[in-house]
Design a protein around this ligand. Sequence first.
Ligand code: IPM
Ligand code: MN
Length: 351
Amino acid sequence: MKSYKIAVIGGDGTGPEVVREALKVMEAASGKFSFKYEAAHFDFGGERYLRTNEVLPASAVKDLQAFDSILLGAIGHPDVKPGILEKGILLKLRFDLNQYINLRPVQLLDDRFCPLKGKKPEDVNFTVVRENSEGLYKGMGSFENKGAKDEVAIQISHNTRAGVERCLRYAFEYTRKYGRKKQLTLCGKTNVLTFAWDLWERTFNELAKEYPDVKTDYAHVDAITMWFVKNPEWFDVIVTDNMFGDIITDLAAMIQGGMGIAAGGNINPEGVSMFEPIGGSAPKYTGKNVINPLAAVAAGAMLLRELGEEAAAKAIEEAVRLVITTKLKDLAAGKMGYSTTEVGDLVVKHL
Ligand code: IPM
Ligand code: MN
């Protein structure tokens, strides 16, 4: 029997509550699909930082490298200045574990929860491949004359040929394997950002020759936000840089039904990946047993798919779909008609 070692970072706010439900579902799936896993819990997050004044212990990255995968709840604490935990934990792990892909499947499961008039599950069904290690997130830049009237702040988008190429190659391979229309859209801004997007576009067109079975397409980032609202059915797989990917995936989460069900993966195809519900720590709902755990459950399914447990991943996704379509009144915290733990139980029952 296959056995996996999974690192669990519950994190802040409602993170631990939703991760508990994800693990409950994964545990049930492991029995049904004959694999085993061991979970080791790490206490990284705001509470630990406030207690120890250390954002991440020095050994964290090395310790996490010993695992097959990582499940993360949420990072963000109301008593910690914004940026410290995000940069010191989430972004640091993404960078140091070389998780250079941020994968965001966007699937509407029930039209009751779509804010777009007349759109059905088959209309909102695409995946965003976001570059996760470069661009504006490199943190390059400087101040000139800080605080003065003639202050200048410079923020650089740093794109390497190797970084762009590995991301695009992942997107082409992903489209070939999972794309329902075998169509890959590059989302950029070639008309204005003529250095970065020249490199992206050239590399995209070069790689396209190696993938004659993948249809390619291009959209400017501003236009894509318009198409997401008007014609989301046009898209299959979208590849973009770190900053644009950050922005368009929040919009994408809304058209699939909201943060309650939006999951993502920080993927190192050659190493240790980290899966998370993308909604954040929701401090005001902490400990109330009202938050929707389905995004975390869906992140657990993505984690199992990455480990090669495709059947278990599919079964969890189908159980989530059934619970959403036949049970839940709403996807928002406190409005589901069930508690956090009851929703976890319902998924287990439908598995
Ligand atoms: C995300 C988040 C992070 C990001 C923040 C919390 C640093 O918004 O995962 O999309 O900007 O990447
Ligand atoms: Mn974001």
